[in-house]
Design a protein around this ligand. Structure first.
Ligand SMILES: Cc1cc2nc3c(=O)[nH]c(=O)nc-3n(C[C@H](O)[C@H](O)[C@H](O)COP(=O)(O)OP(=O)(O)OC[C@H]3O[C@@H](n4cnc5c(N)ncnc54)[C@H](O)[C@@H]3O)c2cc1C
Length: 339
């Protein structure tokens, strides 16, 4: 059965978001000859970073170059990719969806894959936003090796506590945790002991901002004027999923340590039939490789689900006598081949 023929603006699948998760779903759906439209606003989460790490065979590649390569691969299977933003997705009254784009266009999708990622809300501290993805970082697995043995500052976070400082102590002997005015008693005894065992120093007092010299981080300044020489600063961003389309469709959410994210089954299916959510839209911990894996899994599941839906409909038509002469010949051929 060939599926890659779509009429006008109707697709088997519209993928919202063209990061690793969305493009991976599109790749496997395109290879299954599904008609697929990827709508991508072009703001992947790791865009501020010069290099991507931890993706086997692509370690150290520029994030933009990685996505350009995947787009090329996906397009080769007939998938359409447009630079636009989906502003609404609504049930069409049957089991499909009407999708509205920011440019005013409307398309029809039998199934939706929402891969819109998340937004990192950075701590409101002078210098942090400007240096984000460069020498202000958040993830030891993404950038830790590159900053090994450097003077690393870690910003204490209410939710993350001293966790990041302990992780970065694996990578450098010079790690300082900045409490930024948080009460020392917030840290339980067990955490103080682990910080001491890891050799992490703890700096009390409110922060004033980052010190930048020759376009590189050189220190962390406290409100009392003291400056601690640091070449790397680790912050805990507040991660907010871009899930407005999903919640508008009525998708159930669940609590995570980073706040509410949409609830999905192991294949990425949300509580709304026909709607999958993958990558950072569905979970704060997804790295690029996990996002790609989730997209692949959703694509495979969705393809099987559509195949069964189509075949059941065709079988029903056949039972009701509406099957074409060509269809009857196909069944006879299949029976003959089995005999
Ligand atoms: C600074 C930084 C560095 C990182 N480095 C690494 C690293 O080295 N290795 C690693 O594995 N992970 C890294 N990560 C994490 C990585 O960015 C994510 O794991 C990955 O981007 C998740 O992929 P995704 O497809 O879910 O979302 P994204 O890559 O964020 O893609 C989502 C896409 O959807 C689009 N979109 C959103 N809303 C809409 C809409 N309504 N309509 C159309 N399009 C929409 C966005 O514009 C975006 O293009 C890093 C993160 C940060 C912040």
């Amino acid at each position: 059965m060939r599926n890659q023929e779509h009429s006008g603006n109707a697709y088997d699948v519209v993928v919202v978001g063209g990061g690793a998760a969305g493009l991976s779903a599109a790749l496997i759906l395109g290879r299954s000859r599904r008609s697929v439209l990827v709508v991508d606003a072009g703001e992947p989460r790791n865009a501020p970073a010069a290099h991507m790490h931890g993706y086997p065979s692509r370690d150290g590649m520029a994030p933009g170059a990685f996505l350009a390569e995947v787009r090329r691969e996906v397009a080769a299977y007939g998938v359409e990719i447009v630079r636009d933003r989906v502003t609404a997705a609504e049930p069409d009254g049957s089991d499909a969806f009407d999708v509205t784009l920011a440019d005013g266009g409307r398309v029809h999708a039998r199934r939706l894959v929402v891969a819109t990622g998340l937004v990192d809300e950075l701590p409101d501290l002078p210098g942090v936003a400007e240096r984000w993805g460069n020498d202000v970082i958040h993830c030891p697995y993404c950038h830790g090796w590159e900053v090994r043995d450097q003077a690393i500052g870690v910003l204490y976070g209410k939710a993350s506590g001293s966790h990041q400082a302990l992780l970065f102590s694996q990578l450098s002997d010079d790690v300082a945790l900045f409490l930024n005015g948080a009460d020392e008693s917030e840290l339980p005894d067990s955490e103080w002991q682990m910080l001491a065992a890891a050799g992490v120093s703890v700096v009390s007092g409110k922060l004033d901002g980052l010190v930048v010299t020759d376009d590189a981080l050189s220190g962390v300044r406290l409100a009392d004027g003291r400056v601690f020489a640091r070449s790397v600063f680790v912050v805990p961003p507040r991660m907010t999923p871009r899930n407005a389309l999903l919640t508008a469709l009525g998708a159930r959410t669940k609590e995570t340590p980073a706040g509410p994210f949409v609830d999905v089954d192991p294949t990425g299916l949300t509580s709304v039939p026909g709607v999958w959510a993958v990558g950072n839209a569905a979970g704060p911990a997804e790295q690029v490789v996990n996002a790609a894996s989730a997209g692949y899994r959703a694509g495979v599941t969705l393809n099987v689900e559509l195949l069964h839906a189509d075949l059941e409909r065709a079988a029903e038509r056949r039972r009701s006598g509406a099957f074409s002469a060509e269809g009857e010949r196909a069944v006879a051929r299949a029976r003959g081949a089995r005999a």
